[in-house]
Design a binder for this molecule. Structure first.
Ligand code: PGA
Length: 254
């Protein structure tokens, strides 16, 4: 059975104080995780608050990751953060290619592929975010877009590393809109992704998270789908109550 991952993407929110208090509140209210229930929990705070969140989550089992990273190992790249820096701060995973990075910071499929390649040279786990826009869905391009986003990465990476990648399917039209994909739409996309990736890797063990307006109310329906292995949660991860409620739901499904 694939482990469920419940991940909170805080985006550019919180202050030093509120990052600390949110992480502590999540750590305190975390339902006691039964190790046999195979659930992982991870937080993705802004870079500058990573050490604080790592400290607040120490010995709780909550993992900490970053929202993006550089494709370069080190050097004259003002403002960038490398995988080694993240590791030294206690991260064990990193989001790559979130749609907001693609949309606002012009991250192309090729750049995303280079970033995943660089993450895989480190012990960090990359969570590769993919998803179609509303226009692409409405014009029947969903499968072609997902395929392009996946193939750009998978064709570049050494086959022995491919099993380390986690996918997050996040339809752009569902992110931050309050309109999540229906469980049928999400399952259809996840099953497509799994089938498509079976040409590159052992897709049965691949974890595919759903992201886009996941809430405490719709989590059960989404997480009950056979190909949905967790959730990447934005808005609802900024309140300990809703985030912990989603974790409890995941726990009850295992
Ligand atoms: P949302 O964001 O849950 O606020 O829709 C999800 C994400 O962008 O990862």
């Amino acid at each position: 059975m694939r482990r469920l991952l419940i991940a909170g993407n805080w985006k550019m929110n919180t202050s030093l104080q509120t990052a600390k208090s949110l992480a502590s509140a999540i750590a305190t209210n975390l339902p006691a995780l039964d190790p046999d229930k195979s659930i992982d929990v991870a937080l993705f705070p802004p870079f500058v608050f990573i050490p604080t969140v790592v400290e607040a989550c120490a010995s709780t089992g909550i993992q900490v990751g970053a929202q993006t990273c550089s494709q370069h190992p080190y050097g004259a790249f003002t403002g960038e953060v490398s995988t080694d820096m993240l590791l030294s701060c206690g991260c064990n995973q990193v989001l790559v290619g979130h749609s907001e990075r693609r949309q606002y910071y012009h991250e192309t499929n090729d750049l995303v592929a280079l970033k995943v390649e660089s993450v895989l040279k480190s012990p960090l786990t990359p969570i590769l975010c993919i998803g179609e826009t509303l226009e692409q869905r409405q014009t029947g391009q969903t499968w072609a877009i997902l395929q392009q986003q996946l193939d750009a990465v998978y064709s570049l990476i050494d086959a022995s590393q491919l099993e380390r990648i986690i996918i997050a399917y996040e339809p752009v039209w569902a992110i931050g809109t309050g309109v999540a994909a229906s469980s049928t739409e999400a399952e259809e996309a996840h099953a497509f992704i799994r089938k498509h990736l079976s040409r590159w890797t052992n897709a049965e063990s691949l974890r595919i998270l759903y992201g886009g307006s996941v809430t405490a109310d719709n989590a059960k329906e989404l997480l009950s789908q056979p190909d949905i292995d967790g959730a990447l949660i934005g808005g609802a991860s900024l309140k300990a109550e809703s985030f912990c409620s989603i974790i409890s739901t995941a726990h009850s499904l295992r």
